[in-house]
Design a protein around this ligand. Sequence first.
Ligand code: CP3
Length: 344
Amino acid sequence: MASSKTILRALAGETLPTPPIWMMRQAGRYLPEYRATRAQAGDFLKLCYNPELAAEVTLQPIRRYGFDAAILFADILLIPQALGADLWFVTGEGPRLSTITAQADFDKLGPVSDIHETLNPIYETVKILSDALPSETTLIGFAGAPWTVATYMIAGQGTPDQGPAHALRMENTPLFEALLDRITEATIDYLSMQIQAGAEVVKIFDSWAGSLKGDAFLKYSLEPARRITAALKAKHPNTPIIGFPREAGDGYIGFAKATGVDCVALDNSVSAAWAAKNVQVDGCVQGNLKSSHMVTGGQPLVDETKAIVKAFSGGPHIFNLGHGITPDADPDNVQRMIDAVRDV
Ligand code: CP3
């Protein structure tokens, strides 16, 4: 039987009169209610590992806006932590981790079988959400893609060009590939547990895919996504998967066919017209409004939203931003975007 949930219908390949909508980082600092719950939790990581409060912040944007999907509140860097890396967040700067630059650093990581000890609260959050969400709202689980997660594990922080990760992959390829393998295996188990706990869709965030070119993109972005997708499909054939090789450019072409993902999420560096012709021909796409519109608002926000809806109207489409909403966004602009998509 076809699902009544619009996101699941789009992911199954249906072209809907109005695209379903959700937003990357929809639970976040632009919302006063998020900031209040985060303060109650103490800090960001405590919030991630507190199932009641993590479920609460996941639900906040659903209550406020009625998005068609909720995304589990967690972070892609919990996997490194579950593998034994140190992880902390510096206010105003971002994540910090112990670094992996030599075999001895890698040897200190734990086995994949141990990750659930750390990650159990996340599965608990998923369970709470799958009971608490309105019946029309789809629950999306997620993980970082191995390359993107590895860039943080190698450098110990975010970097503008992922330089340390590129250096390691060229100077010590076996170590780099062993690290990617470990993350890939952990990610398969982590996402499988999220699905067992009630996630109806999972998304793989490869935020730094765009810095891999040519063969390196195929080996370290596309191939891990294919491996994760194949392993998950073997266990959970009915759970759709969204791939997000951010800023892949021409790498978006054929990505769904090559990896087996059900939907390709697009960033806003590609035009909707180009993506409709080159990517949506293979199935569902998600995206791709520039997130700065959530700060600047006005008529350009409405015009650009409607242009994207129109460009993708000939095939299956889930409306979203091209990247996460930023803390300086105006919550009223989110409502303007939703109204423009739903044409109210
Ligand atoms: O989308 C959602 O609402 C679900 C929750 C979610 C978070 N992070 C919460 C978060 C998701 C899906 C992520 C993914 C994530 N985390 C990615 C991939 C997507 C992307 O944005 O490219 C990456 C690269 C990370 C790593 C990460 N987490 C960074 C670099 C930072 C610091 C930058 C920043 O925005 O502050 C985080 C922190 C983070 N993750 C916050 C949230 C709501 C802000 C933390 C806070 O409340 O202070």
